[in-house]
Ligand binder design. Structure first.
Ligand code: ADP
Ligand code: MG
Length: 238
């Protein structure tokens, strides 16, 4: 599991990019395919030439998107869907429980069933960011401990608190948190990329992270996102 998790962290920057790109490229390709299928079903179709032109245009658009990504390596905006944070955290706990069990870490989660915890963002990225934070928490408790998650919300924010009873961080370490390749772990145990990725994902969803830590006591991550507004229209990918 350890090796698997570490490898996936190194890959996540690449997969970030790949996911954004494939998402954008899928639209024009689907359109082009649709028109070509229409034509193949009826070769003597009246609007045949026009359909072919649209298909060519859409394929060109897909090429343009790919070129754009390869040139600027710029990730797509992450404000794309309504995300139920409660549901995301419940599924993350399922994913991470084998790792926490192996490390004698007890996970607890508190939330209010009556409340809505929706935000605007991208589900898979949010999941990746939170997993990175939870993994660090588990790794900070080599002799086991408690990982407490809680979900809060009010009219303006949805807040995720993640508290561990681990080794904590010095002020200096806290300041460097999120710097690429900053890691206090043995060379083959840490990449120093997990927090950078988590911070950039949260920022991309208009969120804020606050970290408090005490050496020997533990660390608390507090992540705040603006609540989802009914009137918000998720950005389309075209
Ligand atoms: P890595 O986990 O690969 O070292 P990260 O970017 O995930 O890289 O974390 C960077 C560093 O921040 C860690 O090496 C560790 O020193 C510190 N850190 C992060 N989270 C915690 C935590 N919950 N408790 C103690 N230290 C932490
Ligand atoms: Mg890490």
């Amino acid at each position: 599991t350890e090796e698997l998790v570490r490898k996936s962290e190194k890959l996540e920057i690449v997969s970030h990019l790949a996911a954004s790109m494939s998402h954008e490229v899928r639209n024009p390709l689907t359109t082009a395919r649709g028109f070509m299928q229409l034509l193949s079903e009826n070769t003597s179709m009246q609007n045949g030439k026009q359909y072919l032109e649209i298909a060519i245009q859409e394929i060109d658009r897909a090429t343009e998107i790919i070129n754009h990504y390869l040139t600027f390596a710029k990730p797509a905006p992450v404000m794309v869907e309504k995300v139920d944070v409660l549901e995301v955290i419940q599924s993350i706990i399922q994913i991470i429980t084998p790792l926490s069990n192996m490390n004698a870490v007890q996970i607890s989660f508190t939330f209010n069933k009556q409340k809505d915890y929706s935000i605007l963002g991208e589900r898979s990225k949010l999941q990746q960011g939170i997993i990175n934070i939870l993994k660090n928490g588990i790794e900070a408790m080599p002799n086991g401990g408690k990982l407490q998650l809680s979900l809060l919300s009010n009219e303006s924010n949805v807040q995720i608190d993640i508290q561990d009873t681990g080794i904590g961080m010095t002020r200096h370490q806290l300041n460097r948190l999120g710097e690429p390749y900053f890691s206090t772990k043995e060379q083959d145990k840490g990449t120093g990329l997990g927090m950078m990725v988590a911070f950039s994902i949260v920022k991309g969803m208009n969120g804020l992270i606050e970290v408090t830590s005490e050496v020997g006591k533990g660390t608390c991550f507090s992540i705040q996102f603006p609540v989802y507004q009914q009137a918000e229209v998720p950005l389309s990918s075209s």
